[in-house]
Design a binder for this molecule. Structure first.
Ligand SMILES: [Zn+2]
Length: 318
């Protein structure tokens, strides 16, 4: 009996020690989502936007990765409107899906329910039309900043409107803050700083690989298993230039890319989101409140300081 206890204790220790390594090898699935279409960039240039989308879509196709892009239709008028719409068409022609990310990328915390709902409705006509031309339906909504509305009455009103208008909320269960790396990267591209580009991309990919494993550990803390993850990314030059490396990271992590629709079949996504605070937090954190379980915050890594500093230098009104 003593020997058995000892053996079980050893086995336990081995299993505990195997945490992150185990997460790396076990199979899982992930749906990639790209926000802020046609593009998130500090470069106000149509060719730049066209090129980064063409590269991103080529990469996604090359690696057989389905993706959903979330559109801010206010951006269509930032540059050449027909070409901006052309970018959205390229996403659909590449067999990707599109969703609504509001018209102007404002927060419900500042707009209130009525104006926020108006901003959602204003954000759909072009995207809905392009999908309809292809006999498809607009059905996904992603909250900018992942801010879902506060206080609770505001959130409930927005949720009810979305449901009533055939939208399903696209939650996020992996978020490696790619937006924060993307502006310093754009800046390096514009300055023809090859060394800087390489460094930022390296730091970004290391951080992303590490953060994916943290989210997998977090899901296991809540559910005792991997869920079908939904990863938040943005339509950026950084991701266009990194798509081969991102695909390799997923492959190394034994994560198979699937569509958002497939991922959302995971029963985890049926859990109520109880959070009605002001912060834009991802869904594992929301569910940890519903399930009264802790996430492994001790092992969470923040975005590297050098990236934060570089971002604040370029975009001081964070
Ligand atoms: Zn966004």
């Amino acid at each position: 009996m003593k020997l058995l206890n000892l053996t079980l204790a050893c086995l336990g220790a081995v299993l505990l020690a195997a945490g992150p390594a185990e997460a790396r090898t076990e199979r899982a699935t992930v749906a990639l989502t790209f926000d802020d279409l046609p593009a998130l960039t500090i470069v106000k240039d149509q060719a730049y936007v066209n090129d980064l989308n063409a590269m991103l879509l080529r990469g996604l196709k090359r690696h057989k990765i389905p993706a959903t892009g979330f559109v801010n239709e206010s951006k269509l008028d930032d540059l050449d409107r027909p070409q901006q719409i052309g970018v959205l068409e390229q996403w659909l022609d590449a067999s990707m899906d599109l969703g609504n990310h509001t018209f102007s990328h404002e927060s419900p915390n500042t707009l209130g329910a009525a104006d926020y709902i108006a901003d959602i409705a204003r954000g759909e006509p072009v995207t809905r039309g392009l999908l309809a031309q292809r006999h498809r339906r607009l059905g996904w909504f992603r909250h900018p900043y992942l801010e879902t509305g506060t206080p609770e009455a505001v959130k409930r009103e927005i949720d009810a409107w979305l449901r009533g208008h055939g939208y399903r909320i696209a939650p996020v269960t992996i978020d490696a803050d790619d937006w924060e790396f993307a502006e310093p990267y754009d800046d390096a591209v514009v300055r023809h700083d090859e060394e800087g580009r390489k460094r930022i991309r390296g730091v970004y990919l290391d951080y992303t690989a590490k953060t994916i494993l943290w989210y997998r550990a977090a899901a296991r803390a809540l559910f005792g298993r991997d869920i079908a993850y939904v990863m938040l990314l943005h339509a950026t030059r950084l991701n266009a230039d990194s798509i081969d490396d991102l695909a390799a990271i997923l492959k190394r992590a034994n994560m198979r890319p699937i569509t958002l629709r497939q991922a959302m079949k995971d029963p985890a996504y049926r859990i109520r989101d109880p959070y009605a605070g002001k912060d834009g937090i991802e869904w594992l954190e929301r569910w940890s409140m519903a399930l009264h379980k802790e996430l492994p915050w001790d092992s969470f890594s923040e975005v590297p300081k050098e990236i934060e500093i570089a971002y604040d230098r370029i975009d001081p009104d964070r």
